[in-house]
Design a protein around this ligand. Structure first.
Ligand code: ZN
Length: 129
């Protein structure tokens, strides 16, 4: 198992971790297989989307924040109900094929850690086999 540490700076933020995941693949020595990326947090997630234009991640966050307002008379008393809901919408893992020691991502695709209750220090777990 590999571990990537992410320090987020904002309450909600998408952090491009593609190069760190690629490093984990290289360190594993696996040439052809599968890479699992998993976030062990209830208020963060993982998604794959465009990393060429940074405005794409801003638009994703803007719309998620509209769909799930920070305040909405939630019953969860910790004050971060919106973050839990966004984490479930986005999901906590991704699986990427590995070929020739490289992640088989599309030209415009990147892997993003999704912070919904920052800023915090977070962990992303990987297993390549
Ligand atoms: Zn909570």
């Amino acid at each position: 198992m590999g571990e990537i540490r992410v320090s987020t700076k904002s309450r909600t933020e998408l952090v491009d971790i593609t190069s760190q995941v690629q490093d984990a693949v290289r360190e594993s020595g696996v040439l052809d297989g599968i890479c699992h990326v998993y976030v062990p947090h209830t208020t963060a997630g993982i998604t794959i989307n465009e990393n060429a234009d940074p405005s794409v991640r801003q638009d994703i966050l803007m719309e998620l924040n509209k769909m799930v307002p920070f305040e909405d008379n939630y019953k969860h008393l910790e004050g971060n109900a919106a973050a839990h809901i966004k984490a479930s919408i986005v999901g906590s893992s991704e699986t990427i094929l590995v070929e020739g020691g490289r992640l088989l991502l599309g030209t415009w695709q990147g892997i993003f850690f999704c912070e919904f209750d920052g800023a915090r220090n977070r962990r992303v777990l990987t297993r390549i086999s």
